[in-house]
Design a protein around this ligand. Structure first.
Ligand SMILES: Nc1ncnc2c1ncn2[C@@H]1O[C@H](COP(=O)(O)OP(=O)(O)OP(=O)(O)O)[C@@H](O)[C@H]1O
Ligand SMILES: [Mg+2]
Length: 236
């Protein structure tokens, strides 16, 4: 582990994510939508997997299940060695605070908080508070090249800077797995590549696994592996 303050000792030999025969059915009135069907995927300790598929194929659903935002209808979900398949909503909340990071397409930073405060908001909920949290936020802001922007509000940042703040926020809790749902789709190609490069560097240097959802085939070479998804079915 590159960060000596890490109190989770994730075994690098252990997969960061195991999805086994996961099925997700959304109830829509009296009809069912099968968003994931027999989805099986293993992501190694520090692997970056690109998840590619057309709109509606189940990418966001897969990320939501891997990150404990949604529970699967059927199947097993194990993240960083912890099986979450049957967790209650309360258990999932604690799990999310401890184990995963999220970066969404619409960056959803809190608009009235500064860049630094947007990182610290994670730790208001999590385990590390007060001075250690502020130290961690400042260290991440520096590593992401944002020290000079720490006091800016999201509206005073560029698209790439906002995306970097979102990445910093996702790293605050030393996650075992970070889920990126189309992190580059709102950015032009050049900025998109810069953000992918940053994701690659940050994940590899920290030994953190990631799933990166993308529509854009030009972004997949930043990943170790590509998983394709179509109509809720994965194929490697
Ligand atoms: N909350 C929901 N209730 C009902 N159906 C849903 C819900 N969320 C998603 N779906 C349906 O499940 C399927 C998969 O949706 P999902 O959002 O996972 O796709 P996606 O691959 O992320 O698409 P996009 O690339 O457009 O973001 C779609 O048919 C969608 O309409
Ligand atoms: Mg989606």
């Amino acid at each position: 582990m590159s960060d000596p303050t890490t109190d989770d000792t994730t075994d690098p030999a252990e997969p960061s994510l195991v999805l086994e025969d996961v099925r997700k059915v959304y109830r829509m009135g009296d009809s069912d939508v099968v968003a994931l069907d027999h989805a099986t995927l293993e992501v190694a300790g520090d692997e970056i997997v690109a998840l590619v598929g057309p709109s509606g194929s189940g990418k966001t659903t897969l990320c939501s299940i891997a990150g404990g935002i949604l529970s699967p209808t059927e199947g097993r979900v194990v993240v960083g060695g912890e099986e979450i398949s049957d967790y209650s909503p309360k258990q999932l909340t604690t799990f999310r605070q401890d184990k995963v990071g999220f970066v969404f397409q619409a960056v959803n930073l809190v608009p009235f908080l500064t860049a630094r405060e947007n990182l610290l908001v994670v730790d208001e909920l999590g385990r590390r508070r007060g001075a250690p949290a502020r130290q961690r936020a400042d260290q991440l802001l520096e590593e992401l090249g944002l020290s000079a922007r720490a006091k800016n509000l999201p509206g005073q940042l560029s698209g790439g800077e906002r995306q970097r703040v979102a990445i910093g926020r996702a790293l605050m809790n030393d996650p075992a797995l970070v889920l990126f749902d189309e992190p580059t789709s709102a950015l032009d190609t050049k900025l998109g590549e810069a953000v992918m490069e940053l994701i690659q560097t940050e994940m590899k240097s920290r030994g953190i696994a990631a799933i990166v959802v993308t529509h854009d085939e030009r972004m997949v070479h930043y990943a170790d592996r590509v998983a394709h998804i179509l109509d809720g079915r994965l194929r490697a």
